[in-house]
Design a protein around this ligand. Structure first.
Ligand SMILES: [Zn+2]
Length: 167
C-alpha cells in the first residue's frame, strides 16, 4: 500500500507528459571503457542519473581481478550510492548492478526504495545467494535482468536505449 502511494505521488508531481527518470548504480563503470560518467545524462525529456565507480575504474570484464577486488566493491558502491542519494526522491526507477561480493551493500542500499522501483542487474556469480539477499531485504517484488560479469555492456546498452529509443 505504501509502495503504490509513494509511486503515485511522484507520478502526480511530474504530470502526464514527463518521462520517468531512471538511475543506474554500479561499483563498476557503465561501458568499458566508460561510456557514461557519473551524474545526469539528458536527451530531450529523458534523464538518467549514473552513479558508478568514482574514478571511472573498470573492473572485471575478463581482467580476472573482479573477485580479488570484490572486497573493496562494498566501499565503492557506498561511495557511488552517496552520489545518487540526494537525487533518490526524483528517480522513478533505479537499476542496480549486483556483482559478486559487493552485493550485500548494493542490495541494502537499494532497499531504501520500494521494490517496484528497483531492477537488479545480476551477473551469475553467486546468483542464488544474491537472490536470497534480495529476498532478505524485502525486495522480492523487484525485477531482475541477467548480464555478463561486470555489467558494463548491459548497463551501457540500457542507458543508451533509454536516452535514444529510436536507435
Ligand atoms: Zn560475475
Amino acid at each position: 500500500m505504501i509502495v503504490s502511494m509513494v509511486y503515485a505521488k511522484g507520478a502526480a508531481k511530474k504530470g502526464k507528459e514527463a518521462m520517468p527518470k531512471i538511475g543506474v548504480l554500479t561499483y563498476n563503470t557503465v561501458g568499458s571503457p566508460q561510456a557514461y560518467g557519473n551524474g545526469w545524462h539528458r536527451n530531450e525529456d529523458r534523464e538518467v542519473f549514473v552513479a558508478s565507480h568514482p574514478r571511472g575504474q573498470v573492473w572485471g570484464a575478463g581482467s580476472g581481478t573482479l573477485h580479488e577486488t570484490a572486497r573493496i566493491a562494498a566501499g565503492v558502491v557506498q561511495q557511488a550510492f552517496e552520489q545518487i542519494e540526494s537525487n533518490l526522491d526524483e528517480l522513478d526507477h533505479l537499476y542496480v548492478y549486483v556483482g559478486d561480493r559487493g552485493s550485500e551493500g548494493a542490495v541494502a542500499l537499494a532497499a531504501r526504495l520500494p521494490a517496484s522501483k528497483v531492477t537488479f542487474v545480476f551477473c551469475d556469480c553467486n546468483l542464488g545467494s544474491k537472490r536470497a539477499t534480495v529476498r532478505a531485504q524485502g525486495l522480492s517484488g523487484s525485477e531482475e535482468i541477467l548480464c555478463e560479469c561486470g555489467g558494463h555492456r548491459t548497463l551501457e546498452r540500457l542507458v543508451r536505449q533509454y536516452l535514444q529509443p529510436g536507435q
